[in-house]
Design a protein around this ligand. Structure first.
Ligand SMILES: [Zn+2]
Length: 172
């Protein structure tokens, strides 16, 4: 946090303060999502979930390496070749807690964010992050859309000195 003794508290200060809070909450959120995935993965394993397809019932052929995109590529989907993997077993296990580009392409639900565990543990922080980001964006908008007659404060530079306030006379 800066030294606000010499100049008025500004939009920039409030945006910085909220951004710091946002970053902290985001870190906590990432930790919680990790914990949620661990719980869901244990649940999946305990219910005999299939390692081969992650409970999807299909697998993708070909070596995709680290590619994050499937646009303009031919993707072959095959039935899962694990003999123990049946519609019944998949019904019991549900989906393993990950969400791949293939899941997305096939219209699969995201088993992490749609889970009861996520909604109970990480979901409320999701909403809080979203609301904080909305406020930050609204403040940024106001900061950049001053009107004739508004006061503005110089935050950087030497001339004019930091802390100088100006009144906007023209709306550009
Ligand atoms: Zn399977």
């Amino acid at each position: 946090m800066g030294d606000y003794g010499r100049r008025p508290y500004t939009y920039a200060d409030e945006i910085e303060r909220l951004s710091d809070i946002y970053d902290d909450v985001l870190k906590t959120h990432a930790e919680l999502v990790k914990a949620v995935k661990n719980i869901l993965f244990k649940r999946f394993k305990d219910a005999g979930g299939c390692d081969r397809c992650g409970g999807r019932g299909w697998i993708v052929s070909g070596d995709w390496g680290d590619s994050e995109y499937i646009y303009d590529k031919h993707v072959d989907y095959h039935h899962c070749d694990n003999l123990k993997c049946t519609p019944e077993s998949r019904n019991r296990s549900g989906l393993a807690p990950y969400y791949s580009m293939f899941d997305k392409a096939r219209g699969c639900i995201n088993p992490v964010v749609e889970s009861d565990v996520f909604k109970a543990i990480a979901g409320p922080l999701d909403e809080s992050l979203e609301r904080t980001m909305d406020v930050i964006q609204e403040l940024s908008y106001q900061q950049n859309n001053y009107l004739s007659g508004d006061d503005v404060v110089i935050l950087d530079g030497e001339i004019p000195p930091v802390g100088t306030t100006w009144k906007i006379l023209l709306y550009i």
